[in-house]
Design a protein around this ligand. Sequence first.
Ligand SMILES: Cc1ncc(COP(=O)(O)O)c(C=O)c1O
Length: 395
Amino acid sequence: MSKFGLNENLRKILDAPYPFDVVDGNKKKAEARFGRGFIIDFGIGDPTDPTPEVVRNACRRAVEETQNLGYPNVLGCGEFLSAVRHYMKKRFNVNLNQNEIIPTYGAKYTSFQLPSYFLNPNRGEVTLIPNPGYPPYSDGTTLAGGIPYYLNMLEENDFQPNFDSIPQQVLKKARILYLNSPHSPTGKIISKEKMREAVDLCKDNNILLVSDECYSDLYYEKKPMSIFEIKEAETCSIVLNSLSKRSMMTGYAVGFLASKNPNLLKPYTSIQRKSIQGVANIIQHAAAAAFMDEKHPEEMRKIYKQRRDALIPALEKIGCKVKKPEGTFFVWAKVPEKTTPLKFSEKLLLEKGINCVPGNLISKTQDKINPGERYVRFALVPSLEKTVEAVNRLK
Ligand SMILES: Cc1ncc(COP(=O)(O)O)c(C=O)c1O
């Protein structure tokens, strides 16, 4: 390896322990003990419900009607762009032009890439990142030679970022802020006031605001907003959206990036053109059908609510404290005082065949605080039947 030295920023990512190693190890033990079929897996947030028929049909039709796909245009096909425009208008009352939207391979890769377009490497430039938060925000920052600064999402702050706690010297170096509402994994819908605060912070300090709105259609009692509903956000923001969770399309890997500021879009389109080209047209057609359909997200909201409302009382009965999530399909549960997330999740898995993720493994330590050190995460992806079975096992 010495002959082919690795990029020093990449090494930082590769050398960090992979949080799921522990969970995977326990899962293997549990599978050996009970057999694979017995495990009820609330671990990874990959929806198990079928991709809607309307989506699969659109994809099938696109395959049949297109003799040769050719290289897809980075800027997207008309049907996709119209569907996103329609969706943004209907869902958020936001007007977007076609040239303000670009199809992406989903939000993971896009959020990983963005720091390398907007940070100068190895100059101490900072990305502000919710903690716990989606790992590509920080890994992408590290690979780009930037420094992640974590905004702890604590219960005492109602699981919202406290921008006042950011030290001045950090703020001076900050170039990007990631927001994620509804927030994974706490399920918190960031308030309108907090969104405004974020916009003001970004405008005052020349920070790019990246708003990850992948869960904006997975909510319970109240609807999350888009950052674009705040007029002042238009010049400083990029919105990321994805169909992975909304439409059970993780395997299709498709979403969009949108901005009203052409300078924020240009780097993305330009690098896509130079590297990977656009999203395949057949996938864009499937995505267009998904964005045009409001029925399936509505059904999924009901289904997730049933699962949430079945699981939480059972967790409370065994001593967990749970603030009902407002959105996403995650439950962020505080474990009983006398145990730790790791011990709790191990016990659940090895004694009951129920898998969840220790919160401390998916949170970073900032200012000596790991906001996940008392929590575990459940992804409500098993069916209601399996969720009820898990509830019975917990009794
Ligand atoms: C916060 C957040 N953003 C985005 C995504 C989805 O990314 P993708 O569109 O690449 O599946 C996830 C999935 O886990 C997520 O938790």
